[in-house]
Design a protein around this ligand. Structure first.
Ligand SMILES: [Mg+2]
Length: 226
């Protein structure tokens, strides 16, 4: 029986778009009347809270306030819309080759899950993306209230798949200690460097391209490994 495969999102299935994020947040700073570089710095400094707590509008209001601004509801709405549009663009940039890999895995009988450390605008944009219909289970940190590498987020995905964590393969670039976190709950871990060489000290199986995954999993299955 082909094992379920759990994927990370950013720098695994899609590009992280880090520079574009900073540009958009700076533009949001101008929209709400605070120093753009200061808002970018405030975003970076609060990433942990943004992953598990605040939505886009709360984030803008709170961080602008900390920087001495008092934006109107209208300004908050405009800045929020700018950030939501970014999330939709980033998800829509998934490469056709990545969608093909997901389709190939599904054709081989693998069920697919997503476990992503993501802020609320990504979760809101997700159902409209071409990626979303390839996945059986999706767990976003902002919805669960915990982020990788907390064991609870991996266990939530396995629970929703109806399998033990030890019966899952986790594939990710390795940001936020996610590979060690997945291994700690007993998942088989495969590192990907297709988008980014994030965790070069990780000592385990890796693929340089997601396109290598279906064959790797077929080999493992015929060898009796997860
Ligand atoms: Mg990642």
């Amino acid at each position: 029986m082909p094992v379920p495969v759990i994927f990370d999102l950013f720098h695994t299935l899609i590009h992280g778009a880090d520079a574009e994020r900073d540009r958009v947040v700076a533009e949001m700073g101008a929209m709400v009347g605070v120093d753009p570089p200061a808002l970018v710095a405030a975003y970076h400094a609060t990433w942990r809270q943004r992953l598990v707590r605040w939505n886009v509008e709360e984030t803008v209001r709170l961080l602008a306030g900390r920087l001495g601004g008092s934006p109107s509801n209208d300004q908050i709405a405009r800045a929020g819309a700018h950030r939501h549009a970014l999330a939709r663009r980033v998800l829509a940039a998934a490469a056709p080759s990545t969608l093909d890999v997901l389709d190939a895995l599904r054709a081989d009988g693998h069920r697919l899950a997503l476990v992503s450390n993501a802020t609320s605008e990504t979760a809101e944009a997700w159902p409209h993306s071409a990626l979303s219909r390839r996945f059986d289970v999706v767990v976003f940190s902002c919805e669960l209230g915990v982020a990788k590498p907390d064991p609870a987020i991996y266990r939530a995905a396995a629970d929703r798949l109806g399998v033990a964590p030890t019966g899952c393969v986790f594939v990710g670039d390795g940001a936020d200690g996610e590979l060690a976190g997945a291994a700690a709950v007993g998942m088989t871990v495969i590192r990907t460097t297709e988008h980014n060489d994030t965790d070069p000290t990780w000592d385990g199986p890796m693929v340089a391209a997601l396109g290598d995954l279906p064959a790797l999993l077929r080999e493992a299955e015929s060898a009796g490994r997860p």
